[in-house]
Write a protein that binds this ligand. Structure first.
Ligand code: ADP
Ligand code: MG
Length: 629
């Protein structure tokens, strides 16, 4: 295609322009990350070529020493970053640079608010990669050729980052990629070798390839100096590695701007020899709850050679927030995804990754303080999936769970299940909980009234996943869980009032039956409540049934659920009930019965099937009350 030789001008997609503008504006205070991003791309490119060359050595063209080179051209005000990695062909340049193929980017744009403070926080949670060059450069040129292609298939791409880019073919003698940044006037600090040295030390010291800087040697002649350790961090012994080293390697791996919360580094020798280095980030990515098939996060190496992102093989889904590397001494270098599925060594390493990760979380939790709280806020809902997914570690995971609870009146404090058990009186044999749509409606739930009155602690659950999790999580340390909103509640004690209640129930039977008839299909039964002390009514579901808020959510998502008819419990001591039982005319009785039912639905966070009738009933009642006055 000879027309490729002429430079073609293209406009960036509108979204790309938007991302570029945001990156440049909001990351200005972290502008030096551009170097880390470009070095990281160069290192990925070397990893990829090293891996492909295992199958086809010719791809190396005799150049098997990988390097990442940095050159300064003060006269032209240019910084050049060059690698002899895999390179890109014409299509790959078009595809990878200047389009918005990455789903993460789309996701990011959906969340952008226009509020610069907020967006800045957002963008810190999202890898900006190549685009970050435009923070410091007013012109970026990419010269590249894919390993294995002919010299004539090289590519030149260039842009000022505003709206357009140019792309053309250009002869390239060597495979690999060269990025030329024409720095903005104000950014000349990046032309000083000590600045570059200190940035490389800070961010890229322990990537596995030498980073070389071209500078004047003692004899006045320019030459290359290696400016990083170029040793894969995880291969060093722990005593040689400082916390700063661990953190900067984390940032290289994860592209996170923030430090990791904690990490665990294990060199295992035995039947299988391997090393893992696992990090817990301090923030969840934007789409952590959605990413059902995220592959990145855990990198698999075999004897220091990067093989692939293998989070899928090495991490169970509920630990998908873990970042790090696993390096095996035993796997074959040409290991394929298929082989990974059934490999014994992989199974062992996966079990070890799970164990080490959970141990690390236990240590964090044991230390107490903010760190674990922070972890829990970011990833607690993800970890909960493990209770269902990972039977073999259920007890361990359960020990890591934290819940809001009614125990000291401050329902924002979180408790562990162990703490709940410690506080539990001897004669209590059940762990009580309530699930609701949000924390507020959980802690205000009418179902809690009798528990509050009797001082029985209830766990308040309001993550979406809770209702699902509790369907599988039936006991902890031999104590069964029960929802305060399901089945019959009988907390015992105060026998006298229970007998009274029974008597009352008998005399009220007629009224309750009449109410059941009025409500028809809506409920299975209306009965006197043991749960309520203040509210007039509440809905009660069967032990195996879904809570109302969950049911409605699933129905809205289009799921067909078997019909469910809850029980309506009414508080026989409530004035509204009294009024109802004394009500002479049928219409008043019917209005009040429906209202008691509708209140119960609303306080469950449910939606009314017929809000208009509800409003009419309310109005009739209010007018009636007004006329009595
Ligand atoms: P990411 O690295 O997260 O994929 P980037 O914006 O940093 O995102 O890079 C986009 C893509 O451009 C990379 O995935 C890679 O395919 C390609 N790329 C960037 N730099 C290089 C390079 N030096 N050599 C080869 N390919 C590169
Ligand atoms: Mg990148």
């Amino acid at each position: 295609m000879s027309n490729k030789n002429k430079a073609q001008k293209h406009s960036f997609q509108a979204e790309v322009r938007e991302v570029l503008k945001l990156v440049v504006n909001s990351l200005y205070s972290n502008k030096e990350i551009f170097l880390r991003e470009l070095i990281s791309n160069a290192s990925d490119a070397c990893d990829k070529l090293r891996f492909e060359a295992l199958q086809d050595e010719a791809l190396l063209s005799g150049d098997s020493e990988f390097n990442i080179d940095i050159e300064i051209d003060s006269e032209k005000h240019e910084l050049i970053i060059r690698d002899n990695g895999i390179g890109m062909n014409f299509e790959e340049v078009t595809e990878n640079i200047g389009t918005i193929a990455k789903s993460g980017t789309r996701q990011f744009l959906k969340q952008v608010s226009g509020d610069s403070d907020l967006d800045q926080k957002l963008i810190g949670r999202f890898g900006v990669g190549f685009y970050s060059s435009f923070i410091v450069a007013d012109q970026v040129t990419v010269l590249t050729r894919r390993a294995g292609d002919e010299p004539g298939q090289g590519v030149r791409w260039s842009s000022d980052g505003a709206g357009e880019y140019e792309i053309s073919n250009e002869d390239r003698e060597h495979h690999g990629t060269e990025i030329i940044l024409h720095l903005k006037e104000a950014e000349s600090e990046f032309l000083q070798s000590w600045t570059l040295r200190s940035l490389v030390t800070r961010y890229s010291d322990h990537i596995g390839f030498p980073i070389r800087l071209r500078e004047e040697k003692e004899d006045g002649e320019p030459g290359w100096t290696s400016i990083n350790q170029a040793s894969a961090l995880w291969t060093l012994s722990k005593s040689e590695i400082s916390d700063d080293d661990y953190q900067s390697f984390y940032k290289h791996l994860s592209h996170d701007l923030e430090d990791a919360l904690d990490w665990t580094h294990n060199q295992v020798e035995g039947n299988h020899n391997y090393t893992n280095l696992l990090y817990i980030p301090s923030r969840a990515p934007l789409d952590i709850m959605l990413q059902r098939d995220e592959r990145s996060g855990l990198r698999l190496y075999v004897r220091r050679v990067f093989i692939m992102d293998a989070a899928e093989q090495l991490l169970p889904h509920y630990l998908r927030f873990v970042r790090g590397v696993v390096d095996s001494d035993d796997l074959p270098l040409n290991v394929s995804r298929e082989l990974l599925q059934e490999n014994e060594g992989i199974r062992k390493m996966r079990a070890a990754v799970v164990k080490r990760s959970l141990d690390l979380l236990e240590r964090m939790a044991g230390r107490g303080g903010d760190q674990y709280t922070r972890f829990w806020e970011e990833f607690g809902a993800v970890l909960k999936e493990g209770v269902v997914e990972d039977m073999s570690n259920r007890e361990k995971i359960a020990g890591l769970l934290r819940f809001a609870s009614t125990h000291d009146g401050n329902t924002d404090q979180r408790t562990s299940l162990e703490q709940y058990l410690e506080r539990m009186p001897k004669d209590q044999d059940t762990i009580w909980y309530v699930t609701s749509e949000n924390h507020r409606s959980a802690s205000n739930s009418p179902h809690l009234e009798i528990f509050r009155k009797k001082g029985v602690e209830v766990l308040l659950m309001s993550d979406r996943i809770d209702e699902w999790m509790m369907g599988y999580f039936t006991e902890f340390q031999g104590k069964p869980f029960r929802s305060v909103a399901k089945g019959v509640v009988d907390l015992g004690g105060e026998t006298e009032s229970r007998d009274e209640q029974k008597d009352k129930e008998k005399t009220e039977n007629d009224t309750l039956t009449k109410m059941t008839t009025v409500l028809g299909e809506e409920v299975s039964e209306v009965r006197a409540s043991n749960r309520l002390t203040e509210s007039a009514s509440c809905l009660v579901f069967g032990e195996q049934e879904l809570a109302l808020h969950m049911r409605q959510m699933l129905e809205q998502a289009g799921q067909d659920l078997p019909a469910s008819r809850p029980t309506l419990e009414v508080n026989l001591d409530h004035p509204l009930y009294k009024r109802l039982s004394e009500s002479e005319e049928d219409s008043g009785f019917s209005d009040l019965t429906h209202l008691l039912h509708e209140q119960a639905v609303l306080s469950e966070g449910g939606q009314l099937k017929d809000p208009v009738s509800f409003v009419q009933r309310m109005n009739r009642l209010m007018l009636e009350m007004a006329s009595v006055d």
